[in-house]
Each structure stands twice: as C-alpha cells, then as structure tokens.
Design a protein around this ligand. Structure first.
Ligand SMILES: NC(=O)c1ccc[n+]([C@@H]2O[C@H](COP(=O)([O-])OP(=O)(O)OC[C@H]3O[C@@H](n4cnc5c(N)ncnc54)[C@H](OP(=O)(O)O)[C@@H]3O)[C@@H](O)[C@H]2O)c1
Length: 280
C-alpha cells in the first residue's frame, strides 16, 4: 500500500515523506514538474490541470491514502481538489488527510470547503489545522530581518504558538496511519505562546543585534501581501483578517482548546539551529 503525498516538495509534504519512509512505508510524491528530492519517487500533479490527476494512479495502483496540500494562493480550493478526490475514490483511496490552517473552519476559505466535502461524503479523513509555521521565519520573514532588522505584522500584541513543520508532519503521519481514522479536524500548535514583540526579542538575543517588530496597519499588511508576496486582493484580505484575529486573541483560544495536538519543537531551538539564516 502506498501513501500519496501531494505538495511533496513543500515544507510539510517533504518532512512527511521522510517520516513515513523512515518508518518503512511506501510513498509517492507529487509536484507540478514531477521532480522531487532524492530518494523519493515523484509524479507530476497540478491542481490547475485535471489532465494530470490520473498520473499518480498510473504510476502506482497501490495508493490507498492521500495527504492533500491544495493549490497555493487559491481562496477556494474545492473546485480544484474535488475532482481529484472523486477520482481517487474510484481508484481505491480509503483515507484523505488535508492540510488546512487554524483560522479556517469547516466550510471556510482555502481548504475549508474540502474539509466540509470530505465530512459530507463519509470517507475516512482528517483535517490538520496548524497555526503559523515556525519556518516562516526562515522563508517569508528573512528579507525584512536581514535588510531592516525587523519582523512585520498586523498582529499587534496578539500571541500565538508557532508550530514546526516537523510537528505537523508527525501529526500528518499519525492521521494517515492510525488504525481508527480521526474523521475530524485538530489544531496543531507549538509548545509556547509568543507575541511578535517577544519573537523579535528572542531573535535579538540569539543574533546579538536588535530586531524589532514593526506593527503594520491592516492597509500596510494588505499592500505587502499583494505587491510583495503577489497574492490577489481577496487572499490578502483573508490573511489580513487572520492577523487581526491574532490581535483579538483567536490564537490564544486555539492554544487553550481541548481539540489540539501540541508539538515539541521550540522557537528558540529553531533560531539557534538556523542562526546563519539571519546573520548579515
Ligand atoms: N505558512 C504558514 O504559516 C501556514 C499556516 C497554516 C497553514 N498553512 C497552509 O499550508 C499550506 C502550504 O503552504 P506553504 O507555504 O508551506 O507551501 P509549501 O507546502 O512549502 O509548498 C507548496 C507545495 O504545493 C505545491 N504546489 C503549489 N501549487 C501547486 C499546484 N497548482 N498544483 C500542485 N501542487 C502545487 C508545491 O510544489 P511545486 O512548486 O514543486 O509544484 C509545493 O510542494 C497552504 O495551504 C497554507 O494555507 C500555512
């Protein structure tokens, strides 16, 4: 039996591939080009090109579980993902594990309608709802930290429990392999709450130079998401709203929820291990 990992070149997908491979499970990874890192086998799958949807099943008819990372930057992924789910069911897939996010309820934007669809059709599924990734500090946040010694957000003093992709991958592995399917969603959070001011202070300590949290207005934040990150305005509005919700305490409520998995990796360890990323 083979586990298909969509978004196999991405942050969580590739970690998950290593976790499953080390535990002796067969995996097949997808990317838009079909190229994936060694030692994995890759196949081309593009959510925006349904003609690629049969590729995984042609490459490996033994696929019975799928990790779903939908198209990136798309505000409603269901129109792209549903035809693939429907096809996968005819090919013998028995369980889907979907990457969503803490601010995305069932029926909400991005993966929210995929969540709703899986719950409705009665197939085995799990929806992972991680909060913001620790690894954002080594991707999206790197340029302003290196160029201007600052972390930017519209989250004000709101606190959140940044989570590592290692911990998300472990939760995905459990959701795929647990004998009894979860058939529900779970938040995935890191072990500690931080405001962006506190993150900036921690990184300052690790780097030995002052990093500040620049508090953006919602308009400034929207402008960065559209003009720097290249998102369309509706998607940018979703992210700006999610930052406003952090400011209003939504991620503290997630951290205090009973329906959560708490990861092990600490932000300080990540900063210390990857210190060179922000050294200038
Ligand atoms: N970053 C966060 O803090 C955070 C928090 C909660 C939830 N999330 C969710 O996590 C998901 C992943 O985000 P990420 O930024 O970490 O991305 P990522 O997983 O690092 O990369 C995206 C992956 O999806 C693939 N991909 C992109 N567009 C595709 C398409 N049209 N068809 C098929 N595959 C495609 C990419 O493969 P190729 O480019 O190789 O084709 C890559 O493997 C998003 O849905 C996001 O909402 C993120």
């Amino acid at each position: 039996m083979t586990i298909l990992i969509t978004g196999g070149t991405g942050k969580t997908g590739l970690k998950l591939a290593h976790v499953l491979n080390e535990a002796g499970h067969a995996v097949l990874l997808t990317s838009r080009e079909g190229e994936v890192p060694h030692p994995f086998k890759g196949v081309k799958l593009d959510w925006l090109d349904p003609s690629t949807f049969t590729n995984p099943f042609d490459a490996d008819p033994a696929i019975d579980r799928v990790y779903v990372v939908g198209p990136i930057g798309v505000l409603d992924t269901l129109p792209h993902v549903k035809p693939f789910i429907d096809l996968a069911l005819t090919k013998g897939v028995k369980r889907f594990v979907v990457l969503s996010g803490s601010p995305v309820p069932k029926g909400g934007p991005i993966a929210g309608k995929v969540h709703e669809y899986l719950a409705e059709i009665g197939v085995d599924y799990a929806v992972l709802r991680p909060t913001w990734f620790i690894e954002n500090f080594s991707t999206a946040f790197v340029a302003p930290i290196r160029a201007h010694n600052r972390i930017v957000s519209a989250a004000k003093d709101g606190r959140l429990a940044f989570v590592s992709v290692d911990d998300i991958a472990q939760a995905a592995s459990d959701a795929l392999l647990d004998e009894k399917s979860w058939n529900s969603d779970r938040y995935i959070v890191g072990p500690e709450l931080f405001s962006y001011d506190e993150v900036a202070a921690l990184l300052s300590k690790v780097l030995g130079r002052e990093i500040k949290h620049k508090r953006l207005t919602e308009d400034e934040s929207r402008s960065i998401f559209t003009s720097v990150v290249g998102l369309d305005v509706e998607y940018a509005n979703f992210l700006v709203n999610a930052e406003a919700q952090i400011a209003d305490g939504a991620e503290v409520a997630v951290f205090e929820s009973d329906n959560k998995i708490v990861g092990k990796k600490h932000l300080q360890e990540f900063f210390e291990t990857n210190r060179e990323t922000w050294v200038i």
